[in-house]
Write a protein that binds this ligand. Structure first.
Ligand code: GDD
Length: 360
């Protein structure tokens, strides 16, 4: 499958460009691959920036590899970005490249800021250097993590209070985008996205960690799934809805900043229960704090255990977004419910359920 990868170096881009083109940084991730499919469906020419990786990182792109143009590039290198923009001259730029794991950002704060914060400045400056700052539209993947523990529901008016190196890096980028918009009249927008998930979600994020483990339990896994804070509450939506919203932001005459969220919040524990119940497991939770476990009510097997090492030095207790602005101005609203999102992920990781119909 991987043999058909069409990957170009920045020096081999001499093609004729169609009427609408987009450059996606971070195209190999969940959001990048989802957005690439969406833009291809709309007839865009899609360029994807792909940082050097010694292992194949294109599994999320398998179905569209023949239709996109992957370019070796990295938001940590200004001259590289400038040459790529010079050759591609995209109409729209979606900056999705990031070190996205909040927990990991505590152990590598400098690298997080280099990619997430400085990376945005490099891209915006490269746009100016190449002279596409007035013609190209720019989307920045801002994050609800910037709100920290600000009172819910959080909207565009809520004062930011990040409590992770990741959140701080994203807030720096957010302000840079606003500053370049105001200073240079750039069409640059921030999408302040709450958690969004799907089958392409990285295995290190809690939802995918749970659905992957569920698939393994159905194939005979014996050891319990270790999890951290079960009480944290997140506003979980589906990545497909959120990337549609990102595209809608760039179709507006005026650039602006928008929260995308479902407005509903659930705990990690609730997510676990919802996913496992789709496979016919009824979890019974026993014990307290770091000694808590969840057993399958029928077999008695311990399926989840709390692991202190997975707790973060600082945690956001609850994220719950108010996306009224996006709903009224963009006409955006999430179409995929929490239940459908969980089912989409569970069925992708446990395809045997499709045939056995063990779930309701
Ligand atoms: N990753 C992970 N692994 N999280 C766990 C675990 C575990 O084993 N156990 C409990 N959690 C809790 C975390 O402490 C957090 O409160 C919650 O589950 C969600 O964690 P993640 O799935 O890692 O997502 P996140 O909320 O930290 O960040 C995601 O959403 C942001 C938007 O608010 C990421 O996608 C960020 O890049 C994004 O900006």
């Amino acid at each position: 499958m991987y043999s058909v990868i069409f990957c170009m170096t920045e020096f081999s881009l001499g093609m004729i460009l169609p009427s609408r083109s987009a450059l996606i940084t971070g195209i190999t991730g969940q959001d990048g691959s989802t957005l690439a499919s969406l833009l291809l469906d709309k007839g865009y020419k899609v360029f994807g920036l792909r940082p050097y990786a010694s292992v194949d990182d294109t599994k999320n792109l398998i179905s569209i590899l023949d239709d996109i143009i992957l370019i070796d590039g990295d938001v940590t290198d200004t001259s590289n970005l400038t040459r790529i923009l010079e050759r591609t001259k995209p109409d729209e730029i979606y900056n999705l490249a990031a070190m996205t794991h909040v927990g990991v950002s505590f152990s590598m704060p400098e690298a997080t800021c280099n990619i997430n914060a400085q990376g945005v400045v490099r891209l915006l400056e490269a746009m100016r250097t190449v002279g596409i700052d007035k013609s190209a539209r720019f989307y920045q993947a801002s994050s609800s993590e910037m709100f920290g523990n600000a009172p819910a529901p959080q909207s565009e008016e809520t004062p930011f209070a990040p409590c992770s190196p990741y959140g701080c890096s994203k807030l720096y980028a957010y302000w840079m985008v606003r500053t370049y918009r105001q200073a240079y009249g750039m069409h640059a927008s921030n999408g302040i996205l709450f958690n969004h998930e799907g089958p392409h979600r990285g295995a290190e994020f809690v939802t995918r960690k749970v659905t992957r483990a569920l698939g393994e339990f159905l194939s005979g896994r014996k050891e319990p799934l270790p999890l951290g804070n079960l009480e944290a509450r997140r506003d979980w939506g589906h990545a497909h809805d959120y990337m549609r919203g990102a595209w809608m932001m760039l179709q507006q005459e005026r650039a602006d900043d928008y929260v995308l969220a479902t407005g509903q919040t659930r705990s990690v524990r609730e997510f676990v229960n919802a996913a496992f119940s789709l496979a016919g497991f009824a979890l019974v939770w026993e014990g307290q704090g770091t000694h808590e476990v969840a057993r399958d009510a029928i077999s008695g097997q311990v399926m989840v255990r709390v692991d202190e090492a997975l707790f973060r030095p600082l945690e956001i207790d609850q994220l719950k977004g108010d996306s009224s602005k996006a709903r009224s101005i963009l006409g955006w609203e999430p179409e995929i419910s929490f239940e459908a999102m969980v089912e989409d992920m569970v069925l992708a990781d446990a395809p045997s359920l499709l045939n056995k119909k063990r779930y309701a």
